[in-house]
Structures are given as structure tokens and as C-alpha cells.
Design a binder for this molecule. Structure first.
Ligand SMILES: C[S@@+](CC[C@H](N)C(=O)[O-])C[C@H]1O[C@@H](n2cnc3c(N)ncnc32)[C@H](O)[C@@H]1O
Length: 269
């Protein structure tokens, strides 16, 4: 069987967000189409601004890992960061380079794996990685790699999927109860159905690898690598009935801190 890096390289070559882009009627990568995509993205995930300090990025040496459609990449470049981008697949790298060209920014954007980040120890002021590390097939190693390239005094903003979100409670209540009550690392790959519920391509295939982690597990693992760690659960989808009955912002506010799908982890070294 091909390595997990090779399988991710093939799967993610189709930009994640392609289904959304199709739904929004986006058929090209013009500046106007990308603005439409980005407006939707930041409107849907407004709390990104709480977890990524875009307004303090000017002049800082920043690494983003896992680029997708490049919305965060573009914003970091616009903010004046000395921007470095890394992704396992060619498609997201090409998109981030295209964005740099549209913005008239010089940036270093390359293919490579979060499992072996191609930079020396303590290179970056900030490492940003949203929705990526849980797909690498080795979340523990990816988190350790992120810490390795963060300089002392620097920061990391990480988003990974929660092992104790409402979706996990609905799918496997006993296992989720146990994991919540007694945190235990489970670095194994989720089954096909669970992976598809989070990430599927235009064909409906699930991402090759997805690992979940609880807030307590994330905190205890990362405290060994960083001086301070804050874990904030965010995001409820419309597969959560109580939230579906309410305006999205209110549903989120009521439920996400206990049951949110995504863990935003802010670390300072
Ligand atoms: C779900 S997308 C998230 C993209 C973007 N950060 C966002 O929030 O829309 C996951 C991204 O991680 C990348 N990725 C997956 N495995 C990787 C690895 N081992 N190293 C680097 N990037 C990886 C994929 O190619 C994809 O661009």
C-alpha cells in the first residue's frame, strides 16, 4: 500500500473547499471568485480572528501548514507576514502561489509533509495549521514537529478535530463518555464513515486518515512542548439538531464550548 504521505498527496490535490466552491457557483480562480470564497469562509468561521493574530503578523516569520483553498494564506500575506507555506499536495501549493501573485507578494510556498517539516529547529515566530495535522496519519509526530520549528517566544495556532464533540457523542456515546471522563490518547485512524462525515472530495471519497483528540489530551500532550497552551472548542454543524433550530451564531454560542467539533489550540513557547 502507498505511504500515508502519498495517499494524502493524491487525495488533497483536489482543493478542500471544492464542494463549497461549486455550491457558491465559483468556476475559476479569478480575484473576484476567490474573494467570494474567502468572504464565505471568514463569515462561517468568524472566530478564526480570535485564534490567529492577523493584525500582529506584519514582519513576522510565519509558517502555514495545510493550505487548502488558501483563504488563511492570502490573509497572512496581506497582513505583511514573511510568509512560508507547506502542503503535502501540489494543488493547494499552486493555489497559494497564485494568491501570492494576485496580491503581488513574495512568498516561499512548497510541497512537503508536516511529519518532516523541511526547516531547521526554531525557525518561525508563528506556525499556523488549521484542519491539517489530524490528517497526517501521525498526529503526535506532527504536533512535535510544529513545536520543533517554533522559536522560543514564538506561537502556534492549531486546529484539530475534537474526540468529544456532539458528533462523537451521537456516534459512540459510551466510548465518548469514557474518553471524556478518563483522557487516553488514541492515535489510530478513524473508520471510513467517521472520516467521510468530516472530509470528502467531490466524488464522495473520505480523507485517507483522520485522528481525533480531546481537549484534555491535547493540553497534556502540548504542555510538554510549550510554556502555555489554551484549548477552545468551536463550531457546531447543522447535523446537530438543537443548533439547527437556532440562528447559527446563537447555536454556536450555546453549544460549541462543551460540544464543538473543532479544537482551536493556542500555544506560546
Ligand atoms: C482540510 S484541508 C484544510 C485547509 C485549510 N487550512 C483550511 O482551513 O481550509 C487539509 C490540508 O492539509 C493538507 N495536508 C494533509 N496532510 C498533510 C501533510 N502530511 N503535510 C502537509 N499538509 C498536509 C492537505 O493537502 C490540505 O490542503
Amino acid at each position: 500500500m502507498a505511504s500515508i504521505d502519498d495517499r494524502n498527496k493524491a487525495f488533497w490535490n483536489e482543493l478542500c473547499g471544492s464542494t463549497l466552491a461549486r455550491r457558491l457557483g465559483i468556476a475559476d480562480d479569478s480575484a473576484e471568485s476567490l474573494r467570494k470564497f474567502d468572504d464565505w469562509y471568514f463569515d462561517f468561521y468568524p472566530y478564526l480572528f480570535d485564534h490567529i493574530a492577523f493584525d500582529r503578523m506584519a514582519g513576522r516569520t510565519v509558517l502555514e501548514i495545510g493550505l487548502g483553498y488558501g483563504t488563511v494564506s492570502g490573509r497572512l500575506m496581506q497582513a505583511g507576514a514573511d510568509y512560508h507555506g507547506l502542503d503535502i499536495a501540489e494543488g493547494p501549493v499552486a493555489m497559494a502561489r497564485h494568491r501570492a501573485a494576485l496580491l503581488g507578494k513574495s512568498a516561499n510556498i512548497q510541497t512537503g509533509s508536516a511529519l518532516a517539516i523541511p526547516f531547521a529547529d526554531a525557525t518561525f515566530d508563528d506556525v499556523i495549521t488549521i484542519g491539517c495535522l489530524h490528517h497526517t496519519g501521525d498526529l503526535a509526530r506532527a504536533l512535535t514537529e510544529v513545536a520543533r520549528v517554533t522559536r522560543p517566544g514564538g506561537s502556534a495556532s492549531i486546529m484539530v478535530y475534537s474526540a468529544v464533540s456532539y458528533r462523537q457523542w451521537m456516534r459512540a456515546p459510551m466510548a465518548t463518555w469514557q474518553r471524556n471522563a478518563r483522557p487516553e490518547f488514541d492515535w489510530t485512524n478513524a473508520d471510513d464513515r467517521s472520516r467521510r462525515a468530516y472530509d470528502a472530495n467531490l466524488e464522495g471519497d473520505a480523507a485517507p486518515s483522520t485522528t481525533f483528540i480531546s481537549p484534555a489530551e491535547a493540553e497534556s500532550f502540548l504542555r510538554r512542548l510549550y510554556g502555555s497552551v489554551t484549548v477552545t472548542p468551536r463550531n457546531v454543524g447543522d447535523d446537530f439538531l438543537p443548533a439547527r433550530l437556532l440562528p447559527r451564531a446563537l447555536g454556536r454560542r450555546l453549544f460549541e464550548r462543551r460540544l464543538g467539533l473543532d479544537l482551536y489550540i493556542n500555544c506560546a513557547k
